[in-house]
Every structure is written in structure tokens, then in C-alpha cells.
Design a protein around this ligand. Structure first.
Ligand code: BGC
Length: 413
């Protein structure tokens, strides 16, 4: 008997992205970006990554041993369509094997079609900033649906459009590495919005019963004080990250896109305060919440914020999947505590009446953390960088037990 169960059929999974784990992904804009000095911490490059491209069977077997019943992964566009309009049958075969193996090992695949990396040919044409980029994405989407659609359980069209736009065009941490290009960022998120809507329609036309959504990154901003100024600052900071252009002069919340479910990734939060001295940052000072856990990504985290995020989505009236959540730390004992607390908050949100159907922990194994390279680790499984040997961490064992019992362990007090 347990006192803290989850609903029957709850999905227990982990999330990953092709470029971060597969290795040798040479035809992607990310690969080119990494080769330029100064772009990635410690001069790292994704290189062989976790060699998941060749070791997926072994990796999925580990997930099966961890009692997982779902897994979120992405498919690499630059492998499927290495040059515009040309599809690689061998790579399609590869991903058929990957998805089939996942299913055989008892896991429902959630497939992401775009997780931050694009083919070089697409980047050369202007990438997601180019006017016809949504149309250029579509043949790939149709191909994947036709060739692999029977093996996919849940679809995630685009990963975190606002983070992608901000990191590539404002912060410069993602290709094309632009800084402060606000117009560019909005052009990109506008195109991602159209790409999502087109992909949604294309998938539903062929597979009307397949649930389709996207993953929205919910970086939470909270007012630094109860003053009107700071409440306004928090609301503004939130609006900037939560919305994309959906028509001439019109903005809408990403979570309100045409979707069968709401996908939400939540890791961090910061305080926001009005600051007249910051015209380039919308007059807002953003800073970490004192006393909260400081993650190795440099942002503050607190498991209780997950419940707030989920409750806020309740009024959308759709099933919710937590497409990502995890902790950047080299101290796995801290991860264990965080994981148990996060899941307790997910459970409490379900008790509050939020329809959460599954949780995908970021991530199964330590991998290539984009601009941070291999220095920052989120995995439940350790990967030896020299031998690539996988080793389950205590947090991985904890997650396995939770998934097996579909409940949280009894509290001691
Ligand atoms: C991304 C992942 C990334 C994770 C941790 C998410 O925004 O989707 O690719 O590794 O955050 O930074």
C-alpha cells in the first residue's frame, strides 16, 4: 500500500534530443557552429556525443530496466533530408529500427520533429528567419509521417520555439549566434508558429487520431516584490518568453497553439524588478531567487514552482505532458532530492485537478549540453567520456522505483 499514487496509465519517461546524444551529426548547422572557437564551453564539440546512433538498443534496454513506459526523442532532419528534396532511405530505415525497438522494449515514443538543429542546406537559405522556412520544413514532416507515423505514439512538432529564437538571435548561444537581433528573433518565432500549424495539419490529415503538440519552455518570472512596478516587470518578462507572433501585429501564447495536448518544459525561475537603467532589457532586472537552489546552468530552481506552472495551464482544458524537467548538477544526491520533490509537486497538481498525463525527465544520460558542452550534467545515467560506458546513478534507481510502483515512496515523517 502506498499513500502517494499517480493515475493509472501515467507515462514515465525521459527526454533526449538527437544532436545531443547521437554523435557524428555532421550535416547539421549545430555541427558547423561548434567547430568555431569560442562557441562551446571548454572548446567541446558534440563529436561522438553518446554514440546513441549506434547504441540505441543498449540505451533503450537500460530504460526498460528503469521501468519506463515512454521516451521522448527527436529525429534529425539533416539525416533524413541531407540536401533539399532528397531523402535518405537508409536513415529512414535507421529511425524505423529505433522507433520499433523502443516499442518492442515497452515504451511509447513521443517524437520531436525539430529540436534546435537544422540541416546545413536549410541554414544556408536563411534558416528559420527565411520567409519560406515553414514550407521548406513541410516535405520532411510529410516524409516522417508517411514512413514512420505508424510507430509514433505522440508528436511534438517544435521544441521550445521562444528559447530557440532567443538563444540564436538575442543571446548568441545557438546558431546563427546573433546578439540583440530582436526583429530576427520575432521573424524566427513567427515562422516557427506557421511551421507548427502546417505540421499539425499535415500530421492530422494522415493520422487523425494521433495526439500532436509542441514543447513550450516555461521559464517562470516572479515579481521581486509585491509592488505594482515589480508585478508589471514580471508580467512583461513572462510575456516576452511565452508568446510568438501569429499574424500582423498579433501575438499569442505558445501554449494556445493548435494542439491536442500541452507540452511544457519547466526547470527554472527568476525574480523580475522594474529597473529604469536597463532600456535594452525592457527596463527589467532579472535575478535569481535568493535561498532557492542554484543550478549549474546559473538559474534558481524550486520544485514547488512546478505546481504553479501546471495550475496555470489548467484552464486550457487539455491533457498536459511535462516534456522536460531536470536538474543541472554534478551532485546526484541533490538530484535525488529534487526529483522526489518535483514529482510530489506534479502529484499535488494532479490532486488540484490538473490533467497531467506524463512526465519526461531531462534526461536519461549525460549528454552534449549545447553551448555548455559536456561540463553540465543532467543525466540519470552517467556516461564515461572516454569509454562511453553507461552507469546508472542513484537518481536513476530512484526514478526506476517510482515508475515501477506508479507512486512516490512513503514519507518518513
Ligand atoms: C532543451 C534541452 C536542453 C535542456 C537543458 C531545454 O531547454 O530542450 O535540449 O538540454 O533545456 O538546458
Amino acid at each position: 500500500m502506498t499513500s502517494r499514487p499517480f493515475p493509472a496509465g501515467f507515462l514515465w519517461g525521459t527526454a533526449s534530443a538527437a544532436h545531443q546524444v547521437e554523435g557524428d551529426n555532421r550535416n547539421s548547422d549545430w555541427w558547423e557552429f561548434e567547430q568555431k572557437p569560442g562557441h562551446i564551453a571548454n572548446g567541446d564539440t558534440s563529436a561522438v556525443a553518446c554514440d546513441h546512433y549506434h547504441r540505441y538498443r543498449e540505451d533503450f534496454a537500460l530504460l526498460r530496466e528503469m521501468n519506463q513506459n515512454a521516451h521522448r526523442l527527436s529525429i534529425e532532419w539533416s539525416r533524413i533530408e541531407p540536401s533539399e528534396g532528397e531523402f535518405d532511405a537508409r536513415q529512414i530505415r535507421h529511425y524505423r529500427d529505433v522507433l520499433a525497438d523502443l516499442r518492442e522494449q515497452g515504451m511509447k515514443p513521443m517524437l520531436t520533429l525539430h529540436h534546435f538543429s537544422s540541416p546545413i542546406w536549410f541554414a544556408r537559405k536563411g534558416g528559420w528567419r527565411a520567409k519560406d522556412s515553414p514550407q521548406a520544413f513541410l516535405p520532411f514532416v510529410r516524409k516522417v509521417v508517411d514512413e514512420l507515423g505508424d510507430l509514433v505514439e505522440l508528436w511534438c512538432t517544435i521544441n521550445e520555439p521562444c528559447i530557440y529564437g532567443a538563444n540564436g538571435w538575442i543571446v548568441g548561444e545557438f546558431p546563427p549566434g546573433h546578439h540583440g537581433d530582436v526583429a530576427g528573433m520575432y521573424r524566427v518565432t513567427s515562422n516557427l508558429h506557421r511551421a507548427h500549424e502546417l505540421a499539425y495539419t499535415a500530421i492530422k490529415r494522415r493520422l487523425p487520431d494521433s495526439p500532436v503538440g509542441l514543447s513550450h519552455h516555461k521559464f517562470l518570472f516572479m515579481p521581486a516584490s509585491e509592488t505594482r512596478r515589480d508585478r508589471l516587470a514580471a508580467r512583461t518578462a513572462q510575456l516576452v518568453l511565452d508568446r510568438w507572433p501569429v499574424g500582423l501585429g498579433q501575438m499569442a501564447r505558445v501554449v494556445e497553439a493548435t494542439c491536442d495536448f500541452v507540452g511544457v518544459a519547466h526547470y527554472w525561475a527568476q525574480y523580475a524588478a522594474l529597473d529604469p537603467l536597463r532600456p535594452r532589457e525592457q527596463f527589467i532586472r532579472r535575478f535569481n531567487v535568493p535561498d532557492a537552489l542554484l543550478t549549474e546552468m546559473g538559474f534558481s530552481a524550486n520544485p514547488a514552482w512546478m505546481r504553479l506552472v501546471l495550475n496555470e495551464l489548467k484552464r486550457l482544458g487539455k491533457p498536459i505532458y511535462i516534456t522536460e524537467n531536470g536538474l543541472a548538477t554534478n551532485d546526484d544526491a541533490v538530484r535525488c532530492e529534487y526529483l522526489a520533490d518535483i514529482l510530489e509537486n506534479v502529484r499535488l497538481a494532479i490532486e488540484d485537478g490538473v490533467d497531467v498525463r506524463g512526465y519526461f525527465h531531462w534526461t536519461n544520460m549525460d549528454n552534449f549540453e549545447w553551448a555548455k558542452g559536456y561540463s553540465v550534467r543532467f543525466g540519470l545515467i552517467e556516461v564515461d567520456r572516454k569509454t562511453l560506458e553507461r552507469k546508472l546513478k542513484p537518481s536513476g534507481r530512484l526514478y526506476s522505483r517510482i515508475a515501477a510502483s506508479n507512486s512516490l515512496p512513503e514519507k518518513n515523517n
